[in-house]
Structures are given as C-alpha cells and as structure tokens.
Design a protein around this ligand. Structure first.
Ligand SMILES: *[C@@H]1O[C@H](CO)[C@@H](O)[C@H](O)[C@H]1NC(C)=O
Ligand SMILES: *[C@@H]1O[C@H](CO)[C@@H](O)[C@H](O)[C@H]1NC(C)=O
Ligand SMILES: *[C@@H]1O[C@H](CO)[C@@H](O)[C@H](O)[C@H]1NC(C)=O
Ligand SMILES: *[C@@H]1O[C@H](CO)[C@@H](O)[C@H](O)[C@H]1NC(C)=O
Ligand SMILES: *[C@@H]1O[C@H](CO)[C@@H](O)[C@H](O)[C@H]1NC(C)=O
Ligand SMILES: *[C@@H]1O[C@H](CO)[C@@H](O)[C@H](O)[C@H]1NC(C)=O
Ligand SMILES: *[C@@H]1O[C@H](CO)[C@@H](O)[C@H](O)[C@H]1NC(C)=O
Ligand SMILES: *[C@@H]1O[C@H](CO)[C@@H](O)[C@H](O)[C@H]1NC(C)=O
Length: 442
C-alpha cells in the first residue's frame, strides 16, 4: 500500500487513517497468530516498521491536507474546529505577548507625566478625568483576542492572497530589506542607497533588498535596476480599491510590508527613503529579532494629535486613554517573522489600509498638515493606524518595543538627498554629466 498516492487523489485523511488502523489491527492479528503469544507494544511497532511499507511523509500532515479533511465535515463540526483553532491561536499568541512583556527589561511605562490642561491638546498628557475604558484594565488575552479574531482587524483570505501576490517572484531570504519610492522622492532614494551600500550591505550576508516602484520614471527605474543591488517590483495598484492608488493615503505601505515579510525567514526591515543607518544598526536589528519588533519614537506630540477621530471610531476606541502616547514613526519598521507581530500588528494594519474609512476617511490635502496644537489637528494615515494598533496590543507597556536611546542606530533625514549617486554608479561621473536627467527627484 502506498499512502501518498491516495492522498494526492483527494482521498480524505480520515479514510486513509481508517484504512491504516484496520490494516494495523489485521497486522496485529496475523502477528499474534504467528508468534503464539501476547505482543508488547514495542515489539509490535518494531515489527510494523519492518513490514509496513506505508510511510507517512511529513507533508501528509501539513495544513493543506488538513483542509482537505475539513471539506466534508458537517457544518457544526467545522464551526467547532474553527473555534477551537481560534482559541488555540489566542492562547498561543497571548503566551508570547505575556512572555515578552515580562522579559523585556528596558522601555518605560508610558511616557507622559504631565496632566492634560486642555481637553483638546495635542501634547502627550494624562487625562484629568479618568478614561471610561482605560488601557491598563484590558488583559493581554483580551487585547490579543480582539485583534486576531475580529473581521474588523483581520484581512479576508482573498485580500491576503492579493497582497501576498506582490512577492510571488521574490525569493526567500533570512533578511528582507524593503523600501518604496515614487518619482518625486528619487533623490532621497539615491541617498538612501548610498547609505545602504556603504554602511549596511557590506555587513549583511543572507539578505534581499526589494524596492516597490510606486511610479518612478522609466529613466529612474532603469538606472535603479542597474545599480541598486535590489529587486524592483511594480506596485500593482489595479489589484486594489481606488483609494490605494492615492499615494497620499499611504495604504500601499502596510500592503508592501505584509507582502515582504512573507519572504523573510528572520527579519523584515522596511524603510522610507529618508532612513539612514549608523554603523551600530545590527544591535537594533538583533533586538527586533529577539522581541518581535522595534519602533522609533518621536518625542513631544501625542499621536491622537495627529490622528483623525474617524480612525478611533473604526478601531472601536475612545481617544482619552491614548493621549499619553507619544508618536511612533510608521516609515521605519524592524519586524521579525513572528506570529504575534504578523497577526496582531501587521494584519490589523493591513486591514485598516484596505478600508478607506479607517486609513483615509478624509483625503483633503490640508489634513496632512499639522499646524495647530489641538487634538485631531491632522492625520498621518499609515502612521496613525500603526500607533493605534501598537497601543491596542501592548497597552501602557508599548515603549518596551521602542529602540533604546543608547543604540544610535538610525536617523530620519528628509533633507539628505543625492541627485546623482545611482547615475554615477551606472554611467560614471563623465557619463552622468552627459545625461539629461529629468529633474523630478525633489
Ligand atoms: C465529499 O463528499 C462528496 C459527496 O459525498 C464526495 O463526492 C467528495 O469526493 C468528498 N470529498 C472529499 C474530499 O472526500
Ligand atoms: C526611561 O526613562 C528614564 C528617565 O526618564 C530615561 O533616563 C531613560 O532614557 C528612559 N529609557 C528609555 C528606554 O526610554
Ligand atoms: C474636560 O473634560 C471633562 C470631562 O469631559 C470635563 O469635566 C472638564 O470640564 C473639561 N475641561 C475643560 C477645561 O474643558
Ligand atoms: C552589488 O553586489 C555585487 C555582487 O554581490 C557587488 O560586487 C557590488 O559591490 C555591489 N554593489 C554595491 C554598490 O554595493
Ligand atoms: C547564509 O545562508 C546559508 C544557507 O542557508 C548558511 O549556510 C549560511 O551560514 C548563512 N550565512 C550567514 C552568515 O548567516
Ligand atoms: C515565517 O514563520 C512562519 C511560522 O512561524 C513559517 O511558517 C514561515 O515559513 C516563515 N517564513 C519564512 C519565509 O521563513
Ligand atoms: C551614529 O553614532 C554616533 C556615535 O554613536 C552618533 O554620534 C551619531 O549621531 C550617529 N549617527 C546617526 C545617523 O544616528
Ligand atoms: C560625454 O560626452 C563627450 C562629448 O560629447 C564624449 O566625448 C564623452 O565620450 C562622453 N562620455 C561618456 C562617458 O559618455
């Protein structure tokens, strides 16, 4: 009997199991008759190993095969199984969260000590009146459960499949470094590659760099592909709803992150083109691999100051308990290939990006500018959503996942631009001078 063939032909695991059990009973009976005495389990197994040519390959037990089994379960059985599966996932991820909350030594219990003098202020502060639903009253399990079981926060199977198709041609590697760029940030991108080529790539071994093209000019694309030591992927805007094509909604950012981490055996580093690494970067990347992720904090502004009320509504939160939190950067992420971070951070973030009412309820240009000192004075789209989700998951301990100040590993330099770095790599100084460059790179 050959077990793998019937499986491939679509016979259920249950049937194969039944056949194998019946076979084992017959085999036992034959053996019992032959040996003329009771047989110990050990002796039976040893005999079985020699005589039974039926070996279950590991893939036989893989999750794809389990799905085949589910096809003919009754509806109640299936719902039961799914609920059990969901409970098991909540258990597993809660345990991981609790273990990290207990084991991460540094990072301060959140930040603001000032009390809110104005109810409408963008400054990080403790509310004067206690919040109706304070963060610290929610258990780790409640937080995990909400984020990983609600369709409000989890992409559908089809949505996830569409997102993952972005990286179907990217090979797996230990580390994936990813970035994305439109034509107006090309000079920042060139300076970013200079930093990567000089500081980061020489120290890495098994890594792949992926650049998502959000609308480079043909000339920019050509010179980048020739020199970047990276794979360039055209972002498939047509596969997504209309708001994703509006670059100012930043919905593309959680999409490319979720797609990229599927290729990272150990770590995804996502960076906007303004990110510059210091020689000490590996300390921080190691920390991300140890604790699941690392984020960069901006001091002085509470993220509800820079987040529209509509996003809080989508996330089923009142603003009050979030006013203590300073803002985390969205455009620099170090994320290990980790089930907690993927399911409880990246998936809710992706889901929000795919829902216009969550990520960009208001697309008027001025909503991006943060002038006043009032709550909800502006909106930071992907960054706003990231902040909400980080606080929902980690609660008042959120800053345990912030890079410690003594790491000096990363900076954000929107002014660091280079109009010719990649062109010179391709054409040389002389050749660069001969080129007519389209002056579109900011
Ligand atoms: C499920 O049941 C139907 C009808 O009973 C049968 O035709 C089909 O082959 C079964 N599917 C599997 C995967 O066993
Ligand atoms: C924690 O707070 C102390 C005192 O405010 C500060 O010196 C230290 O740098 C903070 N640590 C982190 C990781 O933010
Ligand atoms: C702030 O809000 C609280 C609760 O809603 C209210 O009691 C208080 O009067 C408000 N303070 C100011 C200065 O508006
Ligand atoms: C790109 O990769 C090649 C092969 O690994 C290497 O020789 C070259 O120096 C790299 N170029 C840059 C600019 O890092
Ligand atoms: C790179 O990957 C290969 C194959 O997986 C492995 O043998 C090698 O040790 C890795 N190198 C480093 C420096 O991690
Ligand atoms: C990421 O981790 C999951 C489970 O932890 C694993 O199944 C998957 O293969 C990993 N991805 C890569 C690219 O190694
Ligand atoms: C790099 O590290 C040095 C020393 O730790 C520090 O002075 C410098 O500001 C850092 N640069 C960046 C870009 O973070
Ligand atoms: C640049 O242009 C000059 C004059 O047209 C030509 O002599 C030179 O070969 C060109 N250099 C390159 C690298 O194309």
């Amino acid at each position: 009997m050959n077990c793998s063939n019937p499986c491939q032909q679509g016979v259920t695991r249950g049937k194969v199991f039944l056949v194998c059990v019946l076979g084992a009973i017959c085999f036992y009976a034959v053996l019992r008759v032959q040996m003329q005495k009771p047989i110990s389990l050990q002796a039976f197994l040893e005999a079985a190993k020699e005589y039974i040519p039926c070996r279950f390959s590991q893939s036989f037990y893989s999750s794809q095969q389990v799905e085949v089994t589910n096809v003919n379960m009754t509806v109640t059985e299936r719902v039961d199984a799914e609920e059990k599966g969901e409970e098991a996932r909540v258990d597993e991820l809660t345990a991981l969260l609790v273990q990290r909350l207990e084991s991460i030594p540094d990072g301060n219990v959140s930040t603001a000590r000032e009390t809110c003098l104005r109810n409408n202020s963008a400054t990080p502060c403790q509310p004067v009146v206690p919040c109706k639903r304070p963060l610290e009253t929610r258990s780790p399990r409640e937080r995990v459960r909400e984020l990983i079981t609600s369709s409000q926060y989890q992409p559908s199977v089809d949505q996830l499949a569409t997102v993952l198709s972005l990286t179907e041609h990217i090979p797996e590697n230990e580390v994936i470094v990813a970035s994305s760029c439109s034509s107006n940030h090309f000079n920042e991108l060139q300076a970013m590659f200079k930093n990567l080529h000089r500081t980061v790539f020489p120290k890495l071994n098994n890594f792949t760099m992926v650049l998502y093209d959000l609308g480079l000019t043909p000339q920019q694309r050509k010179v980048t592909e020739a020199t970047c030591n990276c794979t360039v992927v055209t972002f498939p805007f047509k596969k997504f709803s209309a708001h994703v094509s509006d670059l100012g909604c930043y919905a593309w950012k959680p999409i490319v992150m979720r797609a990229s981490i599927a290729r990272a055996r150990k770590l995804l580093v996502y960076q906007d083109s303004s990110i510059r690494w210091n020689t000490t970067f590996q300390r921080t990347w190691d920390r991300a691999m140890m604790y699941g992720q690392q984020a960069v904090l901006v001091h002085g502004v509470s993220f509800p100051g820079n987040t529209l009320k509509q996003m809080f509504d989508y996330m089923n939160e009142e603003v009050c308990p979030f006013r203590v939190f300073e803002e985390l950067q969205g455009g620099i992420q170090m994320i290990s290939n980790d089930s907690l971070v993927t399911q409880a951070v990246l998936h809710p973030w992706l889901k929000c990006a795919l829902e216009k009412t969550c990520m960009c309820p208001d697309t008027q240009q001025q909503i991006a500018f943060c002038f006043s000192n009032n709550l909800h004075r502006c909106h930071r789209f992907d960054q706003s959503a990231f902040n909400l989700i980080m606080a929902k998951l980690y609660g008042v301990d959120r800053d345990k996942w912030v890079i410690p100040p003594d790491h000096h590993s990363v900076s954000i330099s929107r002014k660091d631009r280079d109009a010719k770095y990649l062109y010179v790599l391709k054409y040389g100084e002389e050749g660069y001078k001969n080129l007519t460059i389209e002056h579109s790179g900011e």
